[in-house]
Unconditional design. Structure first.
Length: 305
């Protein structure tokens, strides 16, 4: 009897301990689930708040002009697809000309930045020359200079060269490695590549040009992709530079074209402006979509095999 009583007591204690372990194991899990739920709710609410202006612009591009600011909400009473047709043909020339002008400037800027900044970064990261640190420090200081400080001497210089009212003032500086941010980005990336690769190539008889083109440049895909994406977005959205150098309507870029929909006399075509704003966002969206894919693939395939 005593043995059976002890056995029963031990079993009861074991069951209670097991239940206690289950309660302790279940409590953190429930807390973890509640924490994940709260984070997801917060992220969804934040995303909705950030996307609201974009959604409002898309919905406004489908509304008549008299309903854009009069009706609240994100659902139009009537869909006005004509805003896209009217906005495309509202200006002279058509909006396609402005898209083409922006694409030409963006393409030239990307090519110029990739070539010039990569070469300058290689010089700072791998070459030894007099006043190297001083030149690198001066280059970094230019990051802190506002564009308004240099815009006047640049305009005077391009005016004396007869390049005002052309695309060259917007493209040529990119080919001269004037974007210190991208140079610094590539310098830091090149410094992370082992110098043993350079030394091995130099033993095989490779010079600086071959080392740069055949060894370092293929491994710089992530930095090059980042430079291309940011250059595309910054140049595509550049309003100030185009406003300063371009006065011929046939050479206007997308930001200047969107400004023409606004009228100081109160006859602004908001529906057409919002419709063309949506159209102008498509290239930026595609740039991020495809550029991010190349960036991820570049990071995944970069390394020493």
């Amino acid at each position: 009897m005593t043995t059976e009583l002890i056995t029963t007591t031990d079993r009861r204690d074991a069951r209670e301990k097991q239940r206690e372990r289950r309660r302790q194991a279940a409590t953190p899990g429930s807390r973890s689930r509640l924490s994940r739920l709260a984070r997801h709710v917060f992220l969804i609410a934040t995303t909705a708040l950030l996307l609201y202006p974009l959604l409002w612009m898309i919905v406004s591009s489908l509304r008549p002009n008299d309903e854009i600011f009069r009706l609240p909400g994100l659902w139009p009473l009537s869909f006005e697809v004509d805003n896209y047709i009217d906005g495309w043909n509202a200006l002279s020339p058509s909006f396609g000309t402005y898209l083409f002008n922006s694409l030409v400037i963006v393409a030239g800027s990307i090519i110029g930045n990739l070539i010039s900044c990569a070469m300058a970064a290689y010089a700072f990261a791998r070459l030894n020359f007099t006043f190297k640190r001083t030149a690198f420090a001066i280059m970094l200081v230019t990051i802190m200079l506002p564009v308004h400080i240099v815009i006047v001497p640049q305009y005077i210089m391009f005016s004396q060269l007869g390049l005002v009212n052309t695309f060259w003032p917007l493209i040529l500086p990119k080919a001269l490695a004037t974007d210190a941010f991208f140079i610094f980005l590539m310098v830091q990336f090149i410094r992370g590549i082992p110098k043993e690769l350079d030394e091995a190539a130099r033993i095989d008889g490779a010079g600086h040009a071959r080392i740069f083109l055949q060894i370092l440049l293929p491994m710089m895909t992530p930095a090059l992709a980042t430079t291309a994406i940011f250059t595309f977005v910054w140049v595509w959205n550049d309003f100030f530079g185009a406003l300063i150098y371009l006065s011929n309507p046939d050479l206007f870029t997308v930001p200047l074209a969107l400004r023409q929909f606004m009228s100081a006399q109160g006859a602004s075509n908001f529906g057409g402006m919002f419709a063309m704003s949506v159209v102008s966002l498509v290239p930026v969206f595609l740039a991020f979509l495809f550029g991010q894919r190349f960036l991820i693939r570049g990071i995944a395939t970069t390394g020493i095999k």
